[in-house]
Design a protein. Structure first.
Length: 400
């Protein structure tokens, strides 16, 4: 009754504690909450076939509609984003008052409403408050049930669902809260990692350029003082400045090239972090094979980065698997990188459609190292798999 839809790995998936993003997710979430309204069969049957006056029947139907609407709004809204405590208490109080009124006026079939009151309390209130409100609701159910016919059977059939449902929902609410906190913690870790990378880059550039720029400044001042009376010595200082500047430029280019060129171990670690931050279960090798030439490794690293980016942004997947397999082919040994997910796949992979920029870029990089690219469904049930193969020469062993 939590209203947390698991909807699958496509657009219908609604994460724990997340509001629906479109109309389909809205109805999926509403379905997962509303499916538990099947237990309302007793009051519905009583309204339709019970021994009541037309006015009592009409008021009972109206009361039932209002109760169901208030219950759905409360649970739906609170599981998407926490509501104010006063609003939650007011709504639960209204549901409890309506349950008492309908049960006393229309009979024991309406006692099932107390089960939904207990579930609402467990799903929306803090643990301390819910732990005494759920038994209190069950106690009111018992008191009203004792006034009706066959009290033992009625109480037995409803008290345990009220207690178990209410306390089970406190556990579900705790799980939702923990999931939200974990998601926020992952975002914080990612931000801290980005900040640390910026600090590292700043430190490296400072260490790289600090000495060179200081030397250039000193020699420029010295050349300025020498220029009027000793142009030859000033020219020598200017020549030194030129040499230091050229070397600093070479150092900066080498450093930037090192930052920009991805490596396979680095991209495996980045993929593990990105998939975890997106809440996608990942199977990723702990390390990359050694002995891979620089250019094929760079191409595979770029391909892995693009594939994981597509999985995170577009696939809607819940699981992703990355494999690195050395193979022996007729053309020689190759290293095969395969990224497979259980999502819906990128839009440009169907037959007859144009490949997206990401796949086109991967294919163009592979041509520079005589590699190949292939795409296919990850399994008969769907998903998407991207496979890259690059020649490795004799640096790696072959797989079967």
């Amino acid at each position: 009754m939590s209203g947390v839809a698991d909807g699958g790995s496509h657009e219908t998936y609604v994460g724990l504690g997340r509001p629906p993003q479109d109309r389909r997710q809205f109805f999926v979430k509403l379905l997962w909450i509303g499916i538990w309204l099947a237990f309302m069969s007793a009051p519905v049957t009583d309204v339709a076939h019970g021994d009541h006056t037309p006015w009592a029947r009409a008021l009972g139907a109206l009361g039932l509609v209002v109760f169901v609407a208030a219950y759905l709004v409360l649970v739906f809204r609170h599981t998407s984003g926490a509501l104010a405590r006063t609003r939650v208490l007011a709504t639960i109080g209204f549901l409890a008052a309506l349950a008492v009124t309908l049960s006393l006026t229309l009979g024991t079939p309406w006692l099932v409403l107390f089960v939904y009151v207990a579930v609402s309390a467990g799903a929306t209130l803090p643990m301390r408050l819910a732990c005494w409100l759920i038994p209190l609701t069950s106690g009111v159910l018992v008191l009203i049930g004792l006034t009706g016919d066959h009290p033992r059977e009625i109480i037995t059939a409803l008290v345990f669902p009220a207690l178990l449902g209410g306390f089970a929902m406190t556990g579900v609410q705790q799980m939702i809260r923990t999931t939200i906190e974990l998601r926020e913690a992952r975002a914080t870790v990612a931000q801290l990692a980005a900040n640390e990378e910026r600090l590292r880059l700043a430190r490296d550039l400072h260490d790289l350029l600090g000495h060179s720029l200081s030397l250039i400044t000193l020699k420029s001042e010295l050349a300025g003082r020498m220029l009027p009376g000793s142009p030859e010595l000033a020219a020598a200082q200017v020549a030194d400045i030129e040499q230091v500047s050229r070397q600093a430029l070479v150092d900066v280019r080498d450093a930037v090239s090192g930052y920009r060129r991805p490596t396979l171990p680095g991209e495996l670690a980045a993929a593990r972090t990105a998939l975890a931050a997106a809440g996608i279960a990942a199977g990723i090798p702990p390390e990359a094979p050694g002995g891979l030439p620089e250019e094929p490794e760079e191409v595979l690293a770029w391909g892995l980065r693009e594939a994981v980016t597509n999985v995170v942004r577009h696939s809607g997947a819940r699981h992703c698997t990355v494999t690195l397999t050395p193979r022996q082919t007729l053309a020689g040994p190759v290293l095969e990188l395969r990224v497979a997910d259980d999502g819906r796949g990128p839009a440009g992979t169907k037959a007859g459609t144009k490949a997206g920029n990401g796949l086109t870029g991967i294919a163009e990089r592979l041509t520079t190292v005589d590699g190949t690219l292939s795409t296919e469904p990850a399994s008969p049930g769907g998903g998407f798999a991207l496979t890259l193969r690059v020649p490795t020469g004799s640096g790696l062993g072959s797989g079967e």
